[in-house]
Design a protein around this ligand. Structure first.
Ligand code: ZN
Length: 657
């Protein structure tokens, strides 16, 4: 545990709130202290109200803000006097507490104060820092945790037994604090939860946090519970793609909506999943209440997908009555599947959620393994976990999240995705909530987007081995494949049949036809396992219904592809896979159409560039985005009852009509 504090950086931070922002960000940067919105901080300041009177204000982290990126506006200003009075009530429901917090802020546009605001208010220090430090949680969650905490910290911290976060915890902390605190107190440990530090300056409170956590780390090191050897024989199974897709289909069916399943076969995950005691240690609760909210896990051994589905169903059914009672659409599905051969599979409603689950569980595994080495991992009692899962405030958060995106939990693959219609299709699918794999010959595809729901793969679609690899990587990243947009194609320069070289003909056929045949064949087994049914969209061409001279290879390849799609629509309907084609024409915002080419073609027809672009019945320009939006819609509910269709997207063409 290293201090990231820098004197010159903080002196540039101006006032008390600026310093609060600075050290909050320092805490947020260390993932062993704070993960994904976990932890919170505050500062108590004086301010003048509209009547010119001085008031004490608690600036406490607002919900929805991550400490790592927090700004001054991310702190909610709440009247301190009111919070202190609330702390003296004998009871206050969580919704009533949140109402009190929100209605006693001094800035209407501020975010909702942290549910731990009252806890911050009752601590009589200017700066208060709170984290769920891995090292501290490891100690509190091991056998004899409380005694170990007292051994490490003596009387420098107040120790509070576990109570679910909210009003009751704030009250209990106030009580424990008045009993145990003295001039020597620099922090407070909440068993099975985390740690508080405090001080008169931002620097003092931060330095104490680092010091306290370091002491827990040193304790773990002294007790040989720090360096965890991962056994080296944990070889991940390759080619697990269809197993993952089957698992995903089953758990999505139980949950009632499609879910992303992200496989993590790194050394840590494999070693953990293969521990002989994994069923015992991982079946216990998660490390802190903060984790439980997002990571319900279902560890199982063996590679029996059917058994997973059964266990999953049981877990889901056990939670359902309460979910119904609370009238919420709670996602009671477990979030982590551990498998001796697959490793860790993180489950989420979106790729981002699954990535968060995986990151939190990576910390959880470390905590469990170290606590086990320390003498035994002890999670929260089951009932407490249950309470947190169905906690009013969490429910409120879930309700606020609203309707999921059209393709939430689904996976799409787009070929030729680095530019033009392909890239626009990636955008259209991402915008509808899908996780998207973009493949392209252009290596730029790999870094097209840096976000958890996009995977770019450099791939030659004409190479069967590379296609199979791309599908395997798609399944590992997101759990399967629901939608396929076949866009990659080449359009060679004009050439009449009498001069067309055999090699040129074959090259066009290989990319525009053969590659799509192979990809469809290889993707079929995945599409068949799509929770909502598979969809294929073929980016065809106006040349299918209306070919042009000089484009024999191109027109023939697209026509053959069109016929392939029609046969697939016939063959795959029984597998609940729909295949539809769209036929664009004159889409000029793509790589092939440079300004020079456009100008020369326009001149060839005796038209201005603008008139040339709009040379269709509707006199409108057709863009990559227009084509991509239609492709995405063809995967959606609008086209749910349509397969084998061909839709022009060309502004109207008299030869097609
Ligand atoms: Zn907390």
């Amino acid at each position: 545990m290293d201090s990231l504090f820098n004197d010159s950086e903080i002196s540039a931070c101006g006032d008390e709130l600026g310093r609060r922002v600075y050290t909050s960000r320092l805490l947020g940067r260390d993932k062993t202290l704070v993960l994904h919105g976990g932890g919170n901080t505050s500062v108590k300041m004086r301010a003048r109200n509209a009547f010119g009177e001085e008031e004490e204000i608690l600036y406490v982290k607002g919900s929805g803000w991550d400490l790592e990126k927090i700004e001054e506006g991310g702190f909610a200003p709440v009247r301190l006097e009111h919070l202190k009075r609330l702390a003296q009530l004998s009871a206050l429901s969580d919704p009533a507490m949140v109402n009190e917090l929100v209605t006693n802020m001094t800035r209407a546009s501020a975010p909702t104060p942290s549910v731990e605001a009252i806890l911050h208010a009752i601590l009589p220090y200017k700066y208060v820092d709170h984290t769920h430090a891995d090292a501290v949680v490891t100690v509190t969650n091991s056998v004899g945790g409380e005694a170990r905490i007292r051994e490490i910290y003596g009387d420098s911290v107040v120790v509070v037994p576990y109570v679910m976060p909210g009003f009751d915890l704030a009250r209990l902390c106030a009580e424990m604090f008045s009993q145990q605190a003295g001039p020597q107190t620099i922090g407070m440990v909440l068993l099975n939860h985390g740690i508080f530090s405090f001080g008169e300056t931002a620097q003092e409170s931060y330095a104490r946090m680092i010091d306290l956590v370091r002491r827990a780390e040193d304790y773990l090191k002294r007790n040989q519970a720090w360096d965890i050897a991962c056994n080296g024989d944990a070889q991940a199974v390759a080619n697990a793609g269809l197993d993952l897709a089957r698992l995903r289909k089953d758990i999505s069916a139980v949950a009632g909506f499609p879910l992303i399943v992200a496989r993590h076969a790194d050394t840590q995950s494999m070693a953990f999943a293969r521990r002989h005691d994994v069923a015992t240690i991982a079946q216990q609760g998660p490390a802190t209440p903060d984790h439980v909210i997002r990571t319900k896990r279902l560890p199982m051994l063996g590679r029996d997908v059917q058994a997973y589905a059964e266990a999953y169903r049981a877990h889901f059914a056990a939670h359902e009555p309460l979910a119904r009672e609370r009238k919420t659409m709670l996602d009671a599905a477990p979030r982590v599947v551990l498998d001796a051969e697959l490793g860790l599979c993180a489950v989420g409603r979106s790729a981002k959620d699954a990535a968060i689950v995986a990151e939190i569980y990576a910390h959880t595994m470390e905590i469990i393994v170290r606590a086990t080495a320390l003498g035994g991992y002890r999670a929260l009692p089951a009932q407490d976990i249950f309470d947190v899962e169905y906690w009013d405030l969490e429910q409120a958060k879930l309700k606020k999240a609203g309707k999921p995106a059209a393709f939430a939990g689904e996976v799409a693959l787009v070929t030729g995705a680095a530019s033009g219609i392909g890239k626009a299709s990636v955008d259209a699918l991402l915008a509808r909530g899908a996780a998207v794999v973009g493949i392209d010959l252009n290596p730029a595809i790999v870094s097209l987007y840096k976000r958890p729901d996009f995977l770019g793969i450099e791939c030659d679609v004409a190479d069967e081995e590379q296609i199979r690899n791309a599908l395997a990587r798609t399944a590992a990243a997101f759990g399967g494949l629901d939608m396929l947009v076949l866009n990659a194609g080449i359009f060679p320069g004009g050439c009449r049949i009498d001069a067309l070289k055999t090699d040129e003909w074959r090259k066009v056929m290989r990319v525009n036809l053969d590659a799509n045949f192979v990809l469809m064949r290889e993707a079929h087994a995945f599409l068949k396992l799509a929770p909502r049914g598979g969809r294929v969209v073929i980016i065809g061409s106006k040349n299918v219904p209306a070919p042009g001279p000089g484009a024999a290879a191109y027109s023939a390849s697209k026509a053959a592809l069109n016929q392939l799609a029609r046969v697939a629509a016939l063959e795959w309907g029984g597998d609940n896979i729909r295949i539809n084609s769209l036929h664009p024409n004159a889409v000029f915002d793509t790589g092939i159409w440079t300004d020079e080419v456009l100008a020369s073609r326009a001149k060839h027809y005796g038209l201005s560039v603008d008139a040339y672009k709009k040379n269709n019945i509707l006199r409108t320009e057709v863009t990559s985005r227009d084509v991509a939006e239609l492709a995405a819609e063809m995967c959606g509910s609008l086209f749910a009852k349509t397969t084998g269709a061909q839709v022009p997207v060309d502004g109207g063409n008299d030869r097609v009509i």
